[in-house]
Ligand binder design. Structure first.
Ligand SMILES: [Zn+2]
Ligand SMILES: [Zn+2]
Length: 215
């Protein structure tokens, strides 16, 4: 942990990190999951003493592929495309952030929250997304979503997340793969991602369609 930031919500200084609204634009909607991801990302950057996104010096490992990952990409600058966001979908709200520059790593767990809106939101969600909700139900659903989102953004950090230091080696920096044509579909595919089928190099979709799994 560093001394330069305190860990309460007053340290969510505008401008220091991308605003939540930027995450909403990127993600497409405001939701409790995105808000939680936002708090995770800011807490991690504070703990690692990283004030703003910086390229591949920071690595994030997310153990879920849910909404919150989009806030983490926006706030930390760890993105799937750069290879410094690694998704290991174990279905856990757990995130590890490694700063190569600081030689530090933290594991951030989302605190179990008794979201009072959860049950009613769950009931309405099905109706809203299957287009069977009345206008009133739809309105209620989005009001609940907003209330839950706002509350998560305003809660003291230690009620949303727990952060602890861990020692973990950063994964190797993004490797450059050579491409080879798939023996079946002919499309170029990264060498390291090919499978061998009847002695030939094929891409994974072709392997799955024609190989042992598909036969
Ligand atoms: Zn969402
Ligand atoms: Zn193929």
């Amino acid at each position: 942990m560093c001394d330069t930031h305190d860990h309460d919500r007053s340290s969510l200084v505008p401008g220091m990190y991308p605003a939540f609204e930027e995450c909403v634009r990127f993600h497409g909607h405001a939701c409790p999951g995105l808000a939680t991801g936002y708090r995770v990302a800011v807490a991690a950057m504070q703990a690692l003493c990283v004030a703003r996104p910086y390229d591949e010096e920071l690595v994030a490992i997310a153990e879920t592929d849910a909404c919150g990952v989009d806030a983490i990409q926006m706030v930390t600058g760890c993105t799937a495309g750069k290879g410094n966001l690694i998704i290991r979908d174990y279905g856990k709200h757990a995130f590890t952030f490694i700063s190569r520059e600081q030689g530090k790593a933290v594991r951030v767990l989302v605190a179990h929250e008794d979201m009072p809106e959860r049950e009613e939101m769950g009931l309405l969600r099905g109706k809203v997304f299957s287009d069977t909700a009345t206008d009133a139900e739809r309105e209620r659903f989005y009001a609940l979503m907003k209330a839950a989102t706002d509350r998560i953004l305003m809660m003291p950090a230690d009620e949303v997340v727990t952060v602890r230091s861990v020692s973990i080696e950063p994964p190797a920096k993004a490797r450059i793969f050579t491409s080879v044509p798939c023996a079946l579909c002919g499309e170029p595919v990264a060498d390291a991602k090919t499978r061998t089928l009847d002695g030939e190099r094929v891409c994974i979709p072709c392997y799955d369609a024609r190989g042992p799994a598909g036969s």
